[in-house]
Design a binder for this molecule. Structure first.
Ligand code: NIG
Ligand code: FE
Length: 412
């Protein structure tokens, strides 16, 4: 057995012997942590922790002295599209000149642009490029990530993307969950008959995805100009036959009904949420669905900001994720998302930490395994550089506060 002992930890954050599945409302302001602590890791899991005066004597342990440093659960990024063929900075220039996300999409840009390049992309370079992105987000402290398909939009190419994600799961030390997002955009060939594309997703793609066990979840971009509530309903009904739980792109561009549709189908999460009012909040309160906000996309596209404060103040939990993708959020840096959550969405530092750890784990169905420093959970942890306080994490935006990352009990 491999044993790792971290001692003299200035603050061990999110540490409790039992941890709730998610943290909601006012509770998000409080973080249980221990000052001047030790932490014991055995093989891949957290074994125990306590305060320094009671440190146990452990033989044959590798030891890390964390004087001045904090230890936290590694970030759980519950929404990305990080398998993609090329960057899209040309569109970005169009955007700066004043074209909207929807106008760019209508001209065959946006998601369809990535889909065109994806048809040609070879599996090996998609894998290598995505692996490089995984290395990069690990440096910024991410330990678990969800990755979606959705730049294929043909059966063959959707499967190609999902196979790349399957290989990433095997070869990367990160904990990865995969989501089938065949209903990401209507391909040009189906423009005059979008329902035909929905038929293809249901009758051809879903059975293949299920047969090869390529996805943990299903997603639909349920929003104005993309997929309607009726189309989303049909896809989610079909996905339920294969026991694929939904995670929905909802209410980014309008009060689309996406949030309520996701909840109706017992979605694990509804994501984006720029258009969230009292009705949507009430529906969320009556559900187990996690609201997920993607500050990077709202920042990059100059959208209005989702009402994070209203959501939390209503007593709901909240998750923040990167949406890492080439069109609307070309960064997987969770520390930047934490700063945005705090600065743009008025979330308190403690709220941003819960929103990127335990609540992010919940949004991937990983809350029993990750997201807090709890004995028995997988040892995916951040050791920070020497920093003065937890508040310093959102405050010092732009700086990488991570010194070391531990994944599955091993220093990376
Ligand atoms: O989450 N909103 C829909 N899909 C992605 C955008 C992907 C793209 O533009 O390539 C998103 O922002
Ligand atoms: Fe997205």
């Amino acid at each position: 057995m491999q044993t790792l002992l971290i001692k003299n930890i200035k603050q061990l954050v999110s540490a409790t012997k039992e941890f709730p599945d998610k943290i909601s409302g006012k509770e998000m302001q409080h973080i249980s942590s221990i000052e001047n602590a030790w932490l014991l890791i055995k093989d891949e899991h957290i074994a125990d922790f306590g305060s320094m005066p009671e440190i146990p004597s452990v033989t044959n342990a590798e030891t890390i002295d964390a004087t001045g440093r904090m230890v936290l659960p590694a970030w759980c990024d519950s929404h990305t599209h990080l398998v993609f063929p090329n960057s899209r900075e040309i569109e970005y220039t169009d955007k700066i000149k004043g074209l909207s996300y929807e106008e760019i999409a209508k001209r065959g840009g946006g998601i369809l642009n990535s889909a065109k390049m994806m048809q040609e992309a070879d599996e090996e370079s998609l894998f290598q490029d995505a692996m490089e992105r995984l290395h990069e987000i690990t440096r910024w402290g991410t330990g678990a990530v969800e990755i979606k398909s959705g730049y294929g939009l043909t059966t063959e190419t959707e499967l190609k993307m999902l196979r790349v994600i399957k290989r990433l799961k095997k070869e990367s030390p990160l904990t990865i969950r995969s989501t089938f997002l065949g209903a990401h955009a209507i391909p040009l060939a189906f423009k005059s008959n979008p329902d035909k594309y929905v038929d293809l997703v249901i009758n051809e793609m879903l059975p293949e995805v299920a047969k090869e066990r390529l996805a943990d979840f299903v997603d639909v971009f349920c929003d104005r100009g993309f997929f309607s509530v009726e189309q989303t309903d049909r896809i989610l009904d079909a996905a339920a036959h294969y026991h694929l739980k939904p995670k929905i792109h909802a209410n980014e561009l309008d009060f689309s009904g996406g949030i309520q549709t996701g909840i109706k189908h017992k979605a694990l999460s509804v994501d984006h949420l720029e258009f969230t009012g009292p009705d949507e909040i009430q529906a969320l309160l009556e559900s187990d669905t996690m609201p997920v906000i993607l500050p990077g996309a709202a920042f990059f596209l100059n959208l209005k900001y989702a009402p994070a404060r209203d959501i939390i103040d209503a007593g709901l939990p909240l998750t923040l994720a990167t949406d890492f993708n080439p069109g609307s959020s070309p960064s997987g840096n969770m520390q930047l998302i934490i700063s945005m959550g705090s600065i743009l969405y008025k979330m308190l530092p403690a709220e941003t930490i819960h929103a990127t750890t335990i609540n992010g784990a919940y949004a991937m169905g990983l809350q029993q395994e990750l997201g807090s420093v709890t004995p028995g959970k997988r040892a995916n942890l951040i050791i920070t550089k020497p920093i003065p306080s937890i508040e310093y994490i959102p405050y010092a935006y732009g700086e990488n506060k991570v010194e070391k990352i531990i994944l599955n009990g091993k220093v990376q």
